[in-house]
Design a protein around this ligand. Structure first.
Ligand code: HEM
Length: 511
């Protein structure tokens, strides 16, 4: 009996053992199936999710014929899209142009557009001169949509479209970008530039970016609203920092979040300018108005053909939006001019010959805008600086209808990113593009290759003013000072704007 039981026990054990083995085998097979089959499938799905979703599913839903053909490209992972690749090239490798070079190698030049998914939205990258020109011109299909536009103001130039935009542009352009305004502004900005340069030379070593920013802000205060340095300008400076980070933030209107703070800072900025506006209007009513010769005065006085004037809020929104558009851009461009001239002494020498000859012939401390704009080489240095600095690397548009371009569809509601930076660094458009060579401007550029100020009706409203300010700054710098970079090999960061890591620190002294 005992042996029977033992036998049965052994059979039972062996049966259980075998069952255990079979179960183990099954589990192993299951895991193998997961590892070799399901996981790769999931990975594959994840990898291609955006392309499947936007390229097949929504594309077929969009057209009853299912004929939507997107430009070539890759749309990346769900939600994230190609953001990591973008950051990899811009932030880690610090070779932003290779992001497009890689795509050109993979997909060819095609129609000058690629499909991608960036900044949380399905997007089209536009990188060729022809395609860029096409997008800039078709303003009915590709519209400008500023993020968090309520922070700059809903009646600002950048926020309005069509006829309203055309009307406002005339006002803004007459106040800051046309010869009469330029003559006036040229006169206003020089005293602060001259005294800043003197103080830099006394200190010996300065951070160009930080110091130029201070001068630019002081000048903006002066030619926008005749504000002298002091508590009002300090409050405006503080508010401006919060306002700009609010524009770039996620729109959560909750205390503690950048967007909420941005709205508060807008209120502060509006209050500062409104008080000044009210004071001026009261002076007009009391018959005590003095001509102020600044942007606010210009915007208050201008009338269009049918005699209508800007409302108070239009004046305030536009002052704030022009401040946003012009402050950082002018600062960065001037800083890059200092940087490139330090790196290219032959260019500086040639610039010095031209500026010195003007200084000797005119024998006055201040120059006029007419004199400056006639200086051919100086203006070439300015244009070359703006080309290579690529301050506005990408210009954004949104499609408000499906657009068919050369047989491909750019779907409605997508982000269209005009990669203007690449136009200026592509050897197909500029010979030896990374070399700072103002003489390249002796020849005519191929059409559509120089888009530093954007294009179409939205072309920079302060383009002449920006060029003039940089040229005036270079005139005073090159006729009175010599300087060198403290860290000539400092790395350049590209986000949010291109800038040497040390802010172009220089040693500067009087000539
Ligand atoms: C080197 C300096 C500058 C660069 C590279 C630059 C670049 C640009 C670009 C690329 C645009 C077009 C944006 C778009 O189409 O979405 C633009 C628009 C604009 N810029 Fe500038 N800008 C500079 C200086 C200035 C200055 C000094 C001002 C005024 C003080 C200014 C005022 C504006 C305004 C108001 C717009 C909007 C135009 C509109 O929507 O009609 N910019 N800028």
């Amino acid at each position: 009996m005992w042996t029977d039981y033992k036998y049965l026990g052994l059979v039972f054990i062996s049966f259980n053992y075998q069952r255990g083995e079979i179960q183990k085998d099954r589990r192993l097979t299951m895991w193998l199936a997961v590892v070799l089959g399901v996981l790769p499938l999931l990975g594959w799905l994840l990898w291609w999710w955006n392309d499947i979703w936007y390229g097949l599913v929504t594309a077929s839903l969009r057209t009853s014929k299912g004929g939507t053909k997107l430009p070539p490209g890759y749309m990346g992972l769900p939600i994230i899209g190609e953001m990591f690749t973008f950051l990899w090239y811009f932030k880690i490798l610090k070779r932003p142009d290779d992001y497009i070079n890689l795509k050109r190698q993979k997909y060819g030049d095609g129609i000058g557009m690629y499909t991608t998914h960036l900044f949380g939205r399905p997007s089209i990258i536009v990188f060729s001169p022809t395609a860029t020109k096409y997008v800039f011109r078709d303003e009915e299909s590709f519209i400008l949509e500023w993020p968090n536009v309520e922070i700059v103001g809903k009646t600002a130039l950048v926020a309005v479209h069509g006829k309203k935009h055309a009307r406002l542009r005339t006002f803004v352009s007459r106040s800051i970008n046309q010869p009469e305004a330029l003559r006036r502004i040229a006169h206003i900005v020089q005293p602060r530039m001259i005294s800043a340069l003197k103080s830099w030379a006394k200190r010996g070593t300065i951070n160009s970016y930080k110091e130029i920013k201070k001068v630019t802000f002081a000048n903006i205060g002066m030619f926008f609203a005749s504000f002298e340095p002091g508590p009002t300008m300090d409050a405006l400076g503080q508010a401006f920092i919060g306002l700009v980070s609010g524009i770039r933030s996620y729109p959560l209107n909750i205390p503690g979040f950048a967007y909420h703070h941005g709205l508060q800072c807008r209120k502060t900025s509006v209050t500062i300018f409104r008080e000044e506006l009210e004071r001026r209007k009261k002076n007009i009513d009391d018959g005590n108005a003095k001509p102020m010769n600044d942007l606010m005065d210009g915007l208050m006085k201008l009338k269009d053909e049918d005699g209508s004037q800007l409302s108070d809020i239009e004046i305030l929104d536009n002052i704030i939006s022009i401040l946003v558009a012009g402050y950082e851009s002018t600062t960065l461009a001037s800083m890059w001019a200092v940087y490139y001239l330090a790196k290219y002494p032959k260019v500086l020498e040639k610039l010095g010959e031209e500026t010195m000859s003007l200084k000797k012939s005119n024998n006055k401390e201040l120059v006029t805008s007419d004199e400056i704009l006639k200086m051919k080489y100086t203006m070439k240095v300015v244009d070359e600086t703006i080309r290579l600095a690529n301050i506005a690397a990408i210009v954004f548009r949104t499609t408000c209808q499906d657009v068919n371009y050369k047989g491909y569809t750019i779907p409605k509601g997508w982000n269209v990113m005009l990669w203007v930076r690449y136009l200026h660094t592509d050897p197909d458009n500029f010979n030896d593009p990374m070399c700072f060579n103002p003489d390249r401007w002796d020849a005519l550029m191929a059409p559509g290759t120089y888009q530093v100020f954007g294009g179409g009706s939205r072309i920079c409203a302060g383009n002449m003013l920006a060029r003039l300010q940089i040229a005036i700054f270079l005139y005073h710098l090159s006729t009175g000072y010599k300087w060198e970079l403290v860290n000539p090999d400092a790395k350049v960061t590209y986000l949010s704007h291109p800038k040497p890591e040390d802010g172009a620190e220089i040693r500067i002294q009087k000539l």
